[in-house]
Write a new protein. Structure first.
Length: 124
């Protein structure tokens, strides 16, 4: 998988007014920091290992959602604001399995919906 080294200046921009909305950028590498809201990636311990989910990305539609990741969870009672969190070892296993040439697709369903759609959608 492509790799992004997080720096102290790495942000994921969630400001809908920004030209960088829903992108991971280095504040030091852009000509103009035009956002007032962003996740400061390196400051979040759960982002030490993760996958950027290409949700709402080509092109991003402002307000439709941003900064969605698969990342390490903070424990059994932790919550996310739209991401999916894993035990670190399971996340590393998933990352080693992903192959960008096969164009992986993230599908999240309830157990009931998965059972109903598995055959029709050719899910594993």
């Amino acid at each position: 998988m492509p790799y992004v080294q997080l720096l102290p200046s790495t942000d994921c921009v969630d400001d809908t007014a920004s030209s960088h909305y829903n992108t991971v950028v280095d504040r030091g590498s852009v000509p103009l920091v035009d956002w007032n809201s962003a996740e400061h990636m390196r400051a979040v311990p759960q982002y030490e290992v993760g996958v950027i989910v290409g949700y709402n990305s080509k092109p991003p539609v402002k307000g439709r959602g941003s900064c969605i990741f698969l990342h390490v969870w903070a424990g059994p009672s932790s919550q996310t604001a739209g991401c999916t969190a894993f035990d670190e070892s399971k996340l590393r296993d998933l990352i080693s399995w992903l192959d960008p040439k096969k164009r992986p697709l993230l599908v999240q369903l309830t157990t009931k919906d998965y059972a109903e759609l598995r055959t029709r959608w050719r899910l594993p």
